[in-house]
Design a protein. Structure first.
Length: 237
């Protein structure tokens, strides 16, 4: 039986007793059927991962006691994902998979053809946290508030952004992966011609291809992130 992992912002130190959130207590007791005295792990990127035990658990309340550190903190830089807000189900799925693929942050944006008017940041952050607990990473990606695409690009101070442009002549992602810090994925209907012209004119953006087929937005995001991690990220060693 696997040991549950719980993310917490609280400082982690031997002997510390920390309260569980209502959601954590409910999941441990009602879903996983755990009880006081059983083991779990607590983690965050600042303090690493710690062995712990459940000391109290009842309905939506509980506590855990930290024992010893089993994994030191380590950098998890990861790329950023900038993605046109999708409908609820594909957006939820994408946040989970992007977390598993190691992204550092997720920035939903609004474009001309975006179907969704916003993304529920609180819900998506909870999905990212649960995915981080399952995939054994120490950090949880930051989920940003939805903003217009041009606002995000105008304020960008990071490295190069690769924008998937399925209907515009551009280099394959393999030729541009090294040195890129973010992947930009458009809406289900794709970027408009004017949006592609604007992207191509920005020095921080490079248009790229994700292969010969037209992909769904969530598929393109996962495929592009996997390519970035394999070519220039933590899959490359």
């Amino acid at each position: 039986m696997s040991i549950p992992r719980l993310y917490t912002d609280a400082p982690l130190a031997p002997g510390a007793e920390l309260p569980l959130t209502p959601a954590q207590a409910h999941h441990l007791g009602a879903v996983l059927r755990r009880a006081p005295g059983e083991p779990l792990h607590a983690f965050n990127p600042r303090d690493g991962e710690w062995a712990a035990e459940i000391t109290a658990l009842r309905k939506d309340k509980g506590a855990m006691r930290l024992l010893e550190r089993v994994r030191p903190p380590a950098p998890e830089p990861g790329p950023s994902l900038i993605v046109a807000a999708l409908k609820r189900e594909p957006m939820d799925w994408l946040v989970e998979k992007a977390t598993e693929l190691g992204v550092a942050r997720i920035q939903p944006v609004l474009t001309r053809r975006t179907v969704a008017s916003h993304a529920n940041t609180e819900r998506l952050a909870a999905i990212a946290r649960a995915a981080a607990e399952q995939c054994e990473r120490l950090s949880v990606p930051e989920v940003k508030e939805t903003q217009p695409l041009h606002t995000v690009l105008d304020a960008w101070r990071g490295g190069r952004i690769l924008a998937a442009a399925e209907r515009r002549e551009s280099a394959p992602i393999a030729a541009l992966a090294v040195g890129s810090e973010a992947l930009l994925i458009g809406p289900e209907g794709g970027f408009t011609g004017a949006e592609l012209d604007d992207l191509a004119a920005r020095p921080i953006v490079s248009l790229c291809q994700l292969g010969p087929r037209i992909l769904r937005a969530e598929t393109a995001a996962v495929a592009g992130l996997a390519a970035l991690q394999a070519l220039a990220g933590d899959w490359a060693g």
